[in-house]
Ligand binder design. Sequence first.
Ligand code: R5P
Length: 297
Amino acid sequence: MPEHDEKESKQFYADIPAKHEPFFLKGAGALDWGMQNRLARVFNPASGRTVMLAIDHGYFQGPTTGLERVDLNIVPLLPYTNALMLTRGILRSTIPASFTQGIVLRASGGPSILKELSNEQIAVDIEDAARLNVSAMAVQVFVGGEHETQSIHNMTRLVDAGLRYGIATLGVTAVGKDMVRNAKYFRLACRICAELGAQVVKTYYVDEGFETITASCPVPVVMAGGKKLPELDALTMAYRAVSEGAAGVDMGRNIFQSDAPAAMIQAVGKVVHELMKPERAYDFYQTLRHEVAGVRA
Ligand code: R5P
């Protein structure tokens, strides 16, 4: 039993008001401590942005190029990512539990590329998400798609479950083959996700009006990578997105399908966290790439 504390000269600093530091993420000030803490594992508190590495493609398209061996292709990239977006199957089987950055768990699924992709259901129990200690759950939202209402309902159910456990929900605005990709559409889709409770939204970059998408969305927007581009183009897209209000990127193929994924993810990090100009980041990528090639030779 501790001894009675009889010290008279305690320091209460009665003249100094208690510090109140607002949480650094847009729209997240009213969230509970646990959810803020989890979001601070996904977003770097110093820059307010994230380099999230998306490797969840297998949930509907199997062993995607660059993800054939996650242990060999992706695990070496972990030191350079703020967060990893993936399925619980790959998380449990392949990712070392010593990884302490954010985990964004793919929480919807169902159809493969052989079927109608918007016909998703929730694919994870909230208790398993908590057991895995994830920071957020990701769910595809098909605004305008065949199963629009069902996919939005998936999201709102995850939001409700996530609020009970302090786990954030990332609404992913999915684009079907025949759907338009412009600022008007993404403003609609992002705003619906945020209005219905998603704490973070992922959407695609558009050349015109991207800043209107981020401005009209009350929570952080992260830019989706999309199909593989030449490295300079991908760095330029990331630079424009963060300059126009994105809170970082959630990139997959533009990193793991690069000729030098470790160099590319570090170059993306320079753009996202330091706002390095794309041309300089590309030089940085080339330098790292040649260093690795030199070591191998
Ligand atoms: C979107 O449909 C999924 O979340 C993808 O599996 C993934 O996140 C896409 O990443 P990227 O388009 O950058 O390869």
